[in-house]
Design a protein around this ligand. Structure first.
Ligand code: NAI
Ligand code: MG
Length: 479
C-alpha cells in the first residue's frame, strides 16, 4: 500500500556551519527508512543575508514554502548586528506558526544528564504575548511593551496542546500562567485552559503559577508531561527544560502553523566545529521524526526514531556525548550506524510507537467573541507626559474632567498618587489619568472633550486607553 502512495513535497534548507553535514546524514536516513518524500532545496541564512536580503530568505524559498507548506531546516548563522532579522521570527509571523513544540527527554543510562526519567513536551504559543515585541517610548523616562493575548490565539494553542497529548498517548497537560498578578491577560489564558480541559476528560489538566512552575521543572522535570504556556514564558521554560535534561544537543522542535510547519534541531550552526565532520546529527534526525509523524508517515517515523534510540543505547556516539572520546563516531559514521539499526527497537528507552503522533490538524477556531453580549464604554485612561512638580498635578488634571467624565484618579506605574497620596511619591514622567463615567453613559465625544481640556491646560497626552465593561465585567485593571 505504502509503496505507490504519493510523495510529499518538502522544502529543505541545508543551512550554515554544521548544517550541510547533519542535513546530508538526515536525508540519507529518510531515504533509507523509505519515507515518501520529494525535496525542493532552497537557500536561507548567511549567504542570503550577505546578498542584502534582510530576512535571510531568498524569493524562491518563499515560493517553495508556500507550495509545500512543509519546511525542514538545518541551523543557520545569523550575522551579528546590522539590522538582520531572525529567519525564525519572520517565518513564524508570515506563516501563522502559532505553536512551537519542543519535546524534551533524557536517555537514561546512555547519555549523561542531571535528571533521569524526563519525557516532556513544551507547547509554546508563538505569535502573541510580550514576545510580539510591540513596544513604545513616549516620554523621556518611560517605555512600555504591549502584552497582547487574544481569546482566539489562546483557544488555538490550548486545543493544540490537548490534541497533541491525546494523539501522542500523553496523560497530563500543565498550564503555566501568572494570573494572580495579570488577571486580565493571563487570566484569559487560564480561563480558556480550564474550559477546553473539560473537553478532554481522558487527560489530566493542571495549572501552576509560572515562577514556581519553572522552578519545579528545573527541580523535578520528570514529573511533567505536556506543558502549555504563553510565548515569553515558553521561550524561557523550553530552554530551562532542555538544559536541565541535558538534551539541547539532541532535541528537535517544530513550529506548527496554518501556512507552513517547520522542523529543525534546537541547537545552532556550531561554527566552532563546522567542516570537521564531528557534529551530532541527532537533533535534526529527531526533527525529521517529528515531521514524518506530522505528515502521517508514522511507520517511518517510529522506525527512524527507534533506530536512533537503539544506536544511542548501543553506545555508538558522536564526540559531544561519547564517554570514550577516542571511539567517538564521525557525523557520517553515526548516520551509517543508525541506518544499519533501522528495524531495531531500543531495549530500555521508551520506544517510538507507530500509533502515536497522528498529525494534529486544527481548524481555525470559531469566533467565540459573540458570546459577549454587551460591551460598554465607561471611561478612559489618558497618559500624560509630565515631569514638573507632581504636587498639584492631580488638581490640575481634575479641572479637565467633565460632568459626564470626571477624574477618578491619577496613578503612575499602577500606583495611585491622587486623590490618595502615596507614602513615597514616584519619580517618573508618565501619568495615567483615569476619568470614569457611568457604565453606558459615556460617548467617544466625552473623551475628546477631556483631551481638549488637557491640551488647553498645556498637558501633553501621549496615549489613550479606553475603559470598557464586557457583560458588566471591567476590561481594565485597577478600580
Ligand atoms: P550552537 O548551538 O550553534 O553551539 C553551542 C555549542 O554547542 C557549541 O560549542 C557547538 O559546537 C555545540 N553544538 C551545537 N550543536 C552541536 C551538534 N549538533 N553536535 C555537536 N556539538 C554541537 O549555538 P551558538 O554558538 O550560540 O550559535 C551559533 C550560530 O547559530 C549563531 O549564528 C546563532 O545565531 C545560530 N543559531 C541558529 C539557530 C537556528 O537556526 N535555529 C538556533 C540557535 C543558534
Ligand atoms: Mg529562545
Amino acid at each position: 500500500m505504502a509503496t505507490n502512495a504519493a510523495k510529499t513535497l518538502v522544502t529543505v534548507a541545508r543551512g550554515n556551519g554544521i548544517g550541510p553535514e547533519i542535513m546530508e546524514v538526515t536525508l540519507k536516513l529518510l531515504e533509507a527508512v523509505g519515507a515518501r518524500l520529494e525535496y525542493d532545496f532552497v537557500e536561507v541564512g548567511e549567504d542570503v543575508f550577505k546578498r542584502g536580503i534582510m530576512d535571510g530568505i531568498e524569493p524562491h524559498a518563499w515560493e517553495s514554502i508556500r507550495k509545500s507548506k512543509l519546511f525542514l531546516k538545518a541551523p543557520i548563522t545569523t550575522p551579528q548586528g546590522g539590522g538582520y532579522r531572525s529567519v525564525n521570527v519572520t517565518m513564524r509571523k508570515a506563516f501563522g506558526q502559532f505553536a512551537n513544540v519542543r519535546p524534551v527527554r533524557t536517555y537514561d543510562g546512555f547519555v549523561s544528564s542531571k535528571h533521569q526519567g524526563v519525557d516532556m513536551v513544551i507547547v509554546r504559543e508563538n505569535e502573541e504575548s510580550l514576545y510580539a515585541g510591540i513596544e513604545y517610548r513616549q516620554t523621556r523616562d518611560t517605555c512600555h511593551g504591549l502584552k497582547l493575548i487574544s481569546r482566539t490565539g489562546v483557544e488555538l494553542i490550548v486545543r493544540y496542546a490537548f490534541e497533541y497529548a491525546r494523539t501522542n498517548g500523553r496523560k497530563k497537560v500543565t498550564c503555566l500562567v501568572k494570573d494572580n498578578i495579570m488577571k486580565i491577560t493571563d487570566g484569559l489564558f487560564h480561563q480558556v485552559f480550564d474550559l477546553i480541559a473539560k473537553e478532554y476528560p481522558d487527560i489530566t489538566a493542571d495549572s501552576l503559577i509560572v515562577d514556581i512552575g519553572m522552578a519545579r521543572i528545573a527541580d523535578t522535570p520528570e514529573r511533567f508531561d505536556v506543558v502549555v504556556t504563553e510565548n515569553l514564558y515558553g521561550d524561557i521554560v523550553s530552554d530551562i527544560a532542555s538544559q536541565v535534561s541535558g538534551s539541547v544537543g539532541l532535541a528537535g522542535s517544530m513550529n506548527i502553523g496554518h501556512g507552513c510547519a517547520m522542523f529543525e534541531a534546537v541547537h545552532g550552526s556550531a561554527p566552532d566545529i563546522a567542516g570537521k565532520g564531528i557534529a551530532n546529527p541527532s537533533g535534526l534526525i529527531n526533527a525529521a521524526v517529528l515531521m514524518l509523524y506530522h505528515i502521517g508517515q508514522s511507520e517511518a517515523a517510529a522506525k527512524l526514531g527507534n533506530a536512533l534510540l537503539y544506536t544511542l543505547e548501543a553506545g555508538q556516539h558522536t564526540g559531544d556525548i561519547a564517554k570514550d572520546k577516542k571511539s567517538a563516531l564521525s557525523t557520517s559514521q553515526f548516520g551509517e550506524a543508525v541506518a544499519a539499526n533501522l528495524g531495531k527497537v531500543p531495549s530500555k528507552l521508551k520506544p517510538f510507537e507507530k500509533g502515536n503522533g497522528r498529525p494534529v490538524v486544527l481548524p481555525r477556531p470559531e469566533d467565540t467573541t459573540q458570546s459577549v453580549r454587551v460591551k460598554r464604554l465607561t471611561g478612559v485612561d489618558v497618559f500624560v507626559d509630565f515631569d514638573g512638580e507632581v504636587e498639584g498635578l492631580g488638581a490640575r488634571v481634575e479641572q479637565c474632567g467633565t460632568a459626564r467624565l470626571p477624574l477618578k484618579m491619577v496613578s503612575s506605574r499602577g500606583m495611585q498618587i491622587y486623590p490618595v497620596k502615596p507614602e513615597v511619591a514616584p519619580v517618573t514622567d508618565l501619568w495615567a489619568c483615569r476619568f470614569m463615567g457611568g457604565e453606558g453613559d459615556v460617548a467617544v465625544a466625552d473623551i475628546r472633550n477631556v483631551l481638549h481640556n488637557l491640551e488647553a491646560l498645556g498637558l501633553e497626552w501621549v496615549m489613550v486607553e479606553n475603559l470598557y465593561t464586557f457583560d458588566h465585567v471591567p476590561g481594565f485593571s485597577g478600580k
